[in-house]
Every structure is written in C-alpha cells, then in structure tokens.
Design a binder for this molecule. Structure first.
Ligand SMILES: [Zn+2]
Length: 506
C-alpha cells in the first residue's frame, strides 16, 4: 500500500512593471511570497522551489524563470504549482494555451491559487476561460515550441510524463520521469489481461475485481469501461504513447474548447524506460480480441460448458465434449467411439472444484510451513541430471571435432557423429526447459501466486455464467485429464489436474 507523501510544489511569483511598488513596506513580490507560503502551509504542500521574476517587457528572455518552471513541470517534478492567479502563468491564443496547459495536465501538476485549486484533468475548460493576459503571443510561441520539443525528447527517450496509470507510480529513471510498478495493483492488471485472454468479458472481470476488494484510481468500483481502459493502454506492455488527443480552440467548429481524440493509427509509440506489467505477446493478443479479429480456440461462439477446452480424455487425449439435448442434463463425453465412458457434467464440475479446493489447502499449508516438499527436491535432481548430461554431450562435441582435426575421423564419419550429438543436445535442451518449468512450479512465489489465483477464482465462481466459469478455471488450470472405465458407477471417474504455471514476475 502506498503511504500518502506530502505534495511537493513550486512557487511562481512575478511582478510586472505596472504593479505598484510600495516604498518602505513589502514590495509586491515578498507580499505575494508570504501569501503563497501561508497557502502552502494550509494546503499542506512542501515548497521545493521558488521561481521569482520581475517582468518588464514582452520578450521571452526577460522571463527565464517561467521557462525554467515550465520545463520542470513538463518533467513532472512537482505535484502542484502555487501562484497568485492563473493569469500569472501566461496567455496566448487558445491553441498555445492548450499546449502549456497540456504540460500541466499531462504531468498531473495541479495549479493552486489562493482562490482555488485546479486539477487540469477535471477543470481544463474552466482554466482556459480564466487564463488571461501576461505574456505576448510571440513569447508564447517560442515557449510552446521549446516546451513541445522538450516533451518530444523526453517521450522519444522513453520518459513518461502523464499521470501514472493504475499499477504504476511515478519515479525517475536515468534522470527522466518514468514509472515503477506498484505490485499490489499490478497483480490486478495481470488478472485483467489473463481473464480477458481466456475469454472473459469486461463486465465479468470488473465483477471479479470488485469481489476481491480491488479499487480503481478514479472511482469506487471497477466497471466495464475502466477494465477496457486498462486493456487498451500500451503503457502496460512497456510503451509510451503520445498525441492521443488534440486540443481544438474555439472557433468555427465549436464555441468551446474541445479535446479531440485521434484514431489509434495516429498515435506515436515509443519504447518506455519503465518495466512492462504485461508481456508484449499477451498485450497484443488482448488487442486482437478487442478488435474482434481473434477468436480464442475455447470461445467459438458461446461457451456453454464451464469445462470447455479443459477436460481431456486420458485414453485418446481428445477434449471431452459437452452433450445433452435441452431437456436432459448435460453430459461430458469422449467423441472417440468406444473410448472412455461419459459422466454427468455437474458431477465432473463438482469433483473438479473439490480437487481445486484441496490443492488450495495443500498450498496454504505448504506456504505456512515453508515446506518445499519432496517434489521440489525431485525437480532439482532431475534438472541437475539433465544439465550434467548436457555438459557431457557438449564435451563430446568438442572431442569429435578434435578427432576430425587429428585425422581419426574422415568428414563423413565426423558429420554422422556430429549429427547424432547435435540431436541429442537439442533433446536435452528441451528436457532442461521442461525440468526448469517444473522446478519453478514448486517455488514459493509460484505457489503463492497460484494460491491467490485459486482464491480469486473460487470467490466469484458461483456468480459467473458458463463462459465466465470457463475463463476462471483457465486462469488456474492448464488441463484436466479425465478417466472413466465402462460400466462403472456414475461417480467413478478420476481427474488429474495440471495447474497452470503462474510465473510470478517478482
Ligand atoms: Zn477418449
């Protein structure tokens, strides 16, 4: 959980030649400074920088402090900027204002004045109308250009200047603004993608998140839209997107300031410095799903069986099929003639859930007692054995080569032996990968991740429809092998569960 840190802010003070100077008393600048420092106290912000300047002309070069401030805002250095009034920040035509305000908005920097606190994410229209004269148009153009160039460079370099999305918090990497993962939220982001890629809809996902007590950033509960918002945000796969929207100044099109969202094809994409929460392949799969171009193998039309694509016949290896006319109770049957006997769907589902619950209990006990178990030892031994064998085979390869050099082998013999050794090495590599995965399955993190997933799935299983149940089961199960001999009692079947590798990332 995040502990709320005090907000950090900058003060911006300026006095123009036209401001009255008071002899003997405080001048305008120090009077404003006192007011703003007092305001900082009241609003509990910590002032880390003060920008002060006396403005005497329209030239940009007379306002170096404003430039420095805008650059720092662009870098996301402050939570807020305190100033006497919004008109102290600048003016220009509406488009130029849009760009400067965008720097505040994009970096999530609030503007605090004695009158009001502006959160540009919420109040941008209001700010625009209140935004008033102070700098010349030309000056604005220069600042805007420089600012935009700075933003572009930051983003092209992988920096992240917008508000941190759910799952991340702001940080600095290589002196650039960036993001770091908030694990307590990131696990829900992973869950969203996992469930979605398994065929669950945004609505069901939202329900599951709410059931688990997860809370999104900007509302009290997850809904379809907030889930979809997560699903299409490339930040999660480690990218930075820029120019998603454009501000349109009031004019012919509309009398009000408007934000136009540009089509995805016009977005500019960069590799971010931040760590991805979702692997690129999975993110892309979710996009395909979103665009309706990809239909998951388990979800051809409507999923009527919670066990679809999960339960395989242990004899022939085929998927067990749901059968049953509308009036009769559905059965799970093997399509291969004369193969395993079928069973009532309901029985299989109940037995499967019972076995999942058993696994949950086991995992909980193992995690509490920190008992890695015999399986871990066995997996370690297997892996060591394979690696030893691979090392021997690699040595053999060297030897064959030197025998060729020594003239013991001719080229034909050499090739033949080399082929054999190469094939063996490839096989060993495959075995090594399997063994390493097996070993990972017994690691503590893996177990904890699986335990969480099972708890999550079971928590809302009964509220989901067939498709939802299917998606939930697939978050925890790789496959289920079903065995039932002919002429046995209805409940006499056995299920062998293979749990899905969770590959916890941290
Ligand atoms: Zn079969």
């Amino acid at each position: 959980m995040k502990t709320p840190a005090p907000l950090t802010a900058a003060l911006y003070l300026r006095r123009s030649r036209e401001d009255p100077e008071r002899d003997g008393e405080h001048d305008t600048l120090s009077r404003h400074r006192e007011i703003l420092l007092d305001l900082a106290d009241k609003t509990r912000v910590v002032i880390t920088d003060i920008f002060e300047e006396v403005v005497s002309g329209e030239s940009l070069y007379r306002r170096p402090e404003m430039l420095r401030l805008l650059e720092a805002v662009e870098q996301g250095k402050y939570d807020a900027v305190l100033c006497m009034a919004i008109d102290r920040l600048g003016r220009g035509n509406m488009r130029e204002q849009g760009i400067i305000l965008e720097a505040f908005k994009a970096s999530g920097t609030k503007i605090i004045t004695p009158e009001k606190t502006y959160d540009l994410d919420l109040d941008i229209d209001e700010v625009l109308t209140e935004f008033q004269a102070f700098m010349s148009r030309q000056e604005y153009k220069l600042i805007s250009k420089r600012l935009r160039r700075g933003l572009d460079q930051t983003i092209a370099g992988g920096g992240y200047i917008a508000n941190a999305p759910y799952g991340y918090r702001k940080t600095t990497i290589d002196k650039k603004p960036s993001l770091e993962i908030v694990e307590s939220e990131a696990r829900f982001v992973r869950m969203i993608f996992d469930l979605y890629c398994d065929g669950a809809g945004a609505e069901l996902i939202a329900r599951q998140l709410n059931a688990l007590g997860s809370v999104p950033r900007r509302s009290e509960r997850w809904n379809r839209n907030s889930v979809r918002h997560i699903l299409k945000n490339p930040t999660f796969r480690g990218q930075i997107i820029w120019y998603k929207k454009r501000h349109i100044r009031p004019g012919a099109e509309s009398p009000k300031h408007k934000t136009k969202y540009l089509p995805e094809s016009e977005w500019r994409v960069y590799d971010g410095l931040h760590e991805a929460i979702i692997p690129p392949e999975q993110f892309e799969r979710a996009q395909e799903l979103r665009r309706g171009r990809y239909i998951p193998p388990s979800n051809n039309g409507t999923v009527k069986s919670p066990l679809a694509g999960l339960v395989k016949c242990s004899v022939c290896g085929q998927n067990m099929q749901r059968m049953g006319a509308h009036k009769s109770e559905p059965y799970l049957l093997c399509n291969t003639t004369g193969c395993s006997a079928g069973a009532k769907m309901e029985y299989v589902e109940t037995a499967l859930l019972a076995q999942i619950r058993d696994r949950l209990t086991e995992l909980t006990v193992e995690l509490e007692t920190q008992d890695a178990g015999a399986e871990l030892t066995r997996a370690e031994e297997t892996l060591a054995l394979i690696r030893r064998s691979a090392a021997q085979t690699a040595a053999q390869k060297e030897k064959i080569y030197s025998l060729l050099e020594q003239g013991v082998y001719d080229v034909a013999e050499y090739r033949e032996r080399m082929d054999a050794v190469t094939t063996k090495l490839a096989e060993l590599e495959r075995q090594e990968a399997t063994a390493a995965a097996e070993l990972a399955r017994h690691s503590t993190e893996e177990k904890a991740a699986l335990r969480d997933k099972i708890q999550n799935a079971l928590a809302i299983y009964h509220t989901a429809d067939a498709a939802g149940r299917n998606a939930l089961l697939k978050t925890i199960l790789e496959k289920v092998e079903y065995t039932k001999h002919k002429k046995t009692k209805p409940h006499d079947f056995s299920l062998t569960l293979t749990f899905r590798a969770q590959n916890p990332q941290r």
